[in-house]
Design a protein around this ligand. Structure first.
Ligand code: PHE
Length: 453
């Protein structure tokens, strides 16, 4: 197809893939999931999940993308005509995530601004509620928050600029700029964190192994749940990214590098986040478990409190923290937009610019919901559904289709063709048995929780 882009270099592709994988989840989700699922002992099931699901599926998606060269719907259709719908299902999940992930990046940008003066004051929780214009009524679409309009427009402008520029000139370049910045910001936070009094308590909370946790099946499910979101697999992103790879790429090695960098960054961010939590707990004279948290609460309520409590240079560390969330978030946001854009571009053979417009305009309009007072409630509902059911079902269907209705041996040969390190039959076994079974159980448990809680 005529204006189909290609990565400039393998390093460029890897940076983009790592940029996608390293996102908000690495900073605000992983450390907490680890801490509350056995601490240091969690690293064992997590490692197991990386080896039996994360890396095998990453290799699978890289191989499919590079071999069939299309966004998710076209790639699935080229494997087997009857599989196209799965591609659209994955693209739909990506689109929904894009819309609300975007909202979070908007809040993050505001908070970079608030960091200068610690505008959140003594009570960051009520500040956040006020900032979002949250009300008791769950669906208050009326009040548009004027303070959100400027960051909203800034983020859309940045995202549109990168997306219109395309894969190599836009996404690849943006990741080359953002990733080193993210690393430096996180490094500053880690150094500050570990040199604070109380840091050890925070780190102990996150890393102290509770070996009994390994007997609890929910810990294993948590490990598999985390790896899917964390590596951006099963929702069209890695399929799309690898479809812009030259045919001769070593996909096995690329998958290992992506997974290692992603996990390394998670651990690194965990050290930064939890050492600072430890300090805060000490200052408040409470155990770390009382202040520890994840997600939106951690970023917009707990962390501002911690930043204000630091002994000096509070503004600087605030900017580092929200700057890290921003750089991590934007490189994930563009990856998920590209997952959707490539779906339309390849299926309907439209120009790249047109595909970007077709995706970005409705995404833009829908994201308006998030600058109303109902934004946070909508986000909660959608996020719970996508995380518990959407990604797990897309993942399970993906491995079932590939291993039962397609010959995975063919893909294994394709993956090995240009790879230094050949993958053995364990790969097919991991997908066919381990991943299918664990994901099936996970989907079942999540659905049950979702429906009855
Ligand atoms: N891996 C990302 C994260 O950890 C997940 C993600 C990717 C979310 C792309 C949105 C968009 O945050």
């Amino acid at each position: 197809m005529k204006d189909r882009d290609q990565w400039n270099s393998k390093v460029g592709f890897l940076l983009a893939a790592i940029g996608s994988a390293v996102g908000l989840g690495n900073i605000w989700r992983f450390p907490y999931v680890a801490a509350t699922n056995g601490g240091g002992a969690f690293l064992l099931p997590y490692f197991f999940a990386i080896i039996t699901a994360g890396i095998p599926i990453l290799i699978l998606e890289y191989t499919m993308g590079k071999t069939f060269r299309g966004g998710a719907p076209v790639t699935w259709a080229r494997m087997n005509r009857r599989f196209e719908w799965l591609g659209w299902f994955q693209v739909m999940i990506a689109f929904i995530i894009a819309v609300y992930y975007f909202a979070i990046v908007v809040w993050v940008v505001s908070y970079i601004g608030f960091s200068f003066t610690q505008a959140w004051g003594a009570d960051p929780s009520s500040f956040f509620v006020e900032y979002l214009g949250l009300t008791d009524s769950a669906l208050n679409l009326g009040g548009i928050q004027t303070s959100l309009i400027i960051p909203f427009v800034i983020i859309w402008a940045i995202a549109a600029f990168i997306m219109y520029k395309g894969v190599s000139k836009g996404i690849e370049k943006a990741c080359k700029i953002c990733l080193p910045i993210l690393f430096v910001l996180m490094l500053v936070l880690v150094i500050r964190g570990v040199t604070l009094p109380g840091a050890v308590d925070g780190l102990e909370y996150m890393f102290k192994p509770d070996w009994n946790a390994l007997k609890d099946p929910s810990v294993w499910v948590a490990a598999y749940g985390q790896i899917f979101f964390s590596l951006s697999i099963a929702f069209a992103i890695m399929l799309a990214y690898s479809s812009y790879l030259p045919k001769k790429t070593d996909v096995v090695n690329s998958a290992f590098i992506t997974a290692t960098a992603n996990h390394g960054f998670e651990l690194f961010a965990g050290i930064g986040v939890f050492s600072i939590m430890g300090y805060m707990a000490m200052m408040q004279g409470v155990p770390v478990s009382e202040v520890a948290g994840a997600g939106i609460g951690l970023a917009f309520m707990t962390f501002p409190t911690a930043i204000s409590a630091l002994p000096a240079l509070n503004a600087l560390f605030g900017i580092c923290f929200f700057g890290a969330l921003f750089t991590a978030g934007i490189t994930s946001l563009i990856s998920i937009l590209q997952a959707v854009v490539s779906g339309f571009h390849d299926k309907f053979e439209m120009s790249h610019k047109k595909a970007v417009t077709v995706v970005m305009v409705p995404a833009f309009l829908l994201s308006f919901l998030f600058i109303t007072g109902a934004g946070m409630n909508i986000l909660d509902i959608v996020d719970a559904f996508i995380n518990n059911i959407g990604i797990a079902s897309a993942g399970v269907i993906e491995v079932i289709l590939v291993t039962r209705f397609f010959n995975p041996e063919k893909l294994r040969q394709e993956a090995n063709e240009f790879s230094n390190f050949s993958i053995g039959r364990w790969w097919v076994f991991s997908l066919r048995i381990v991943t299918t079974v664990v994901l099936g159980i996970m989907l079942f448990l999540n659905t049950k929780d979702y429906l009855y809680n």
